[in-house]
Design a binder for this molecule. Structure first.
Ligand SMILES: [Zn+2]
Length: 396
């Protein structure tokens, strides 16, 4: 037998023995609907389009007629925010991504109908050139080279058109130098500077040869036609460089900082929050992360609900307040179910106690005036409180 007796201060299991204590202990990492942002793909292939995305099982592209019915189910479950990705399959892709902010294009149309129906929903629009450009890159090319100035001018134009359409937030995902400043100054010029937030994909990693981004590119039709994005997205090992990107975007007026991908970059989320504690931090659980969890669960390797909730809790624990996740509809459903289960259990307990109370009253031998509690039922000559009902089963 060990002779070591832990000091009383080392007895910690009392700190999380009850469910309420476990919840309080993890409160900083709690997942609520306000922490979840739904990425929404809107296509103009047809107004009635409902196109399942093979690489993202359970996720679809929606035509404008199907956006609201889908969203109404999510809002009912508590959805608070979305980010729109327009998928234009009708207009020709050109050098500057002209169809990104076409008045009749999917992004602007979606912003308008969604804000008209759900003014309380926080609607962000992803801002980039790649889904709409003939190069599939996030920049404008001149003579085979990225033209940073032309790119950020164009990005600011796209962002301001989304803002004019009613977006509450614009989220540049391109990683060009200076685009936050360009967008902020354009918004101010249009007197939208105080209304529209800028969520910067500030620490966006190239993710190797992009295994984590693969399924998204099928969803949004945004794969580059040549080369890759390692000249403007960050090398996966470059944490200090990521901090420079965050600081630069803070300096240019970003309202929210984002780390992308999420699960393999928890240290970056943590550092971002530590270095910029006054800014909300977003984490993008990207398409590859979704696919890994989905297929892992399908293969029986993990339980989907536990796996997904733990992955999101990890992002919250690392410091992210907002998580962009394709699991959002599923998680909202789970949170709703869990809340209902707690309520049902409470209701059952209340009913049980009420029933015992009636038994108690029946068995009382009168009333006693308690100095402390006032008039109380007497039982075997003593005043009793309601909680004694817990000890009553034998009298049922
Ligand atoms: Zn892009």
């Amino acid at each position: 037998m060990s002779s070591y007796e832990p000091p009383v201060g080392h007895i910690l299991q009392s700190s999380f023995g009850h469910g309420v204590l476990r919840e309080l202990s993890a409160f900083e990492s709690k997942i609520s609907p306000v922490n979840l942002m739904l990425p929404l793909f809107v296509t103009n292939s047809s107004p009635d389009a409902l196109e399942p995305i093979n690489a993202l099982p359970g996720v679809s592209r929606y035509g404008v007629n199907n956006v609201l019915p889908f969203l109404s189910q999510q809002v009912e479950k508590g959805l608070r925010s979305i980010i729109i990705f327009g998928v234009d399959v009708k207009n020709t892709k050109d050098k500057v991504g002209s169809s990104a902010d076409n008045d009749m294009g999917p992004t602007i149309e979606a912003i308008k109908i969604i804000k008209a129906k759900y003014p309380q929903l926080w609607v962000a629009a992803d801002v980039c050139i790649c889904p709409f450009s003939d190069t599939g890159h996030c920049a404008i090319f001149e003579d085979g080279h990225m033209d940073n100035q032309k790119s950020i001018d164009r990005l600011a134009e796209i962002a301001s058109n989304y803002a004019l359409a009613g977006a509450d937030c614009v989220a540049p995902s391109d990683m060009m130098d200076g685009r936050i400043g360009a967008i902020k100054s354009k918004l101010r010029e249009l007197k939208l500077g105080s209304r529209v937030a800028v969520m910067s994909y500030s620490a966006k990693f190239c993710s190797g040869s992009c295994p984590y981004y693969g399924p998204f590119r099928e969803a949004a039709g945004s794969a580059p036609k040549f080369g890759d994005r390692r000249n403007y997205q960050l090398p996966p090992g470059a944490s200090n460089l990521a901090m420079r990107c965050n600081s630069r975007d803070v300096g240019e007026g970003a309202d929210i900082l984002m780390v992308k991908p999420a699960g393999a970059y928890l240290d970056i989320i943590y550092r971002t929050k530590q270095e910029h504690p006054n800014f909300p931090v977003a984490a993008y659980q990207v398409s590859g992360e979704y696919a890994l969890l989905f297929h892992g669960a399908k293969a029986g390797a993990i339980d989907l609900k536990r796996g997904v909730l733990e992955s999101l809790t990890a992002c919250r624990r690392a410091g992210a307040e907002l998580i962009l996740s394709y699991f959002t509809p599923q998680v909202l459903q789970w949170l709703d179910d869990d809340e209902k289960a707690i309520r049902a259990a409470q209701a059952k307990e209340t009913m049980k106690n009420t029933a015992y109370h009636h038994i108690l009253i029946k068995k009382t031998s009168g009333w006693i005036d308690s100095k402390r509690y006032g008039r109380m039922p007497a039982w075997e000559g003593r005043a009793v409180a309601l909680h004694i009902s817990d000890h009553l089963p034998k009298y049922r």
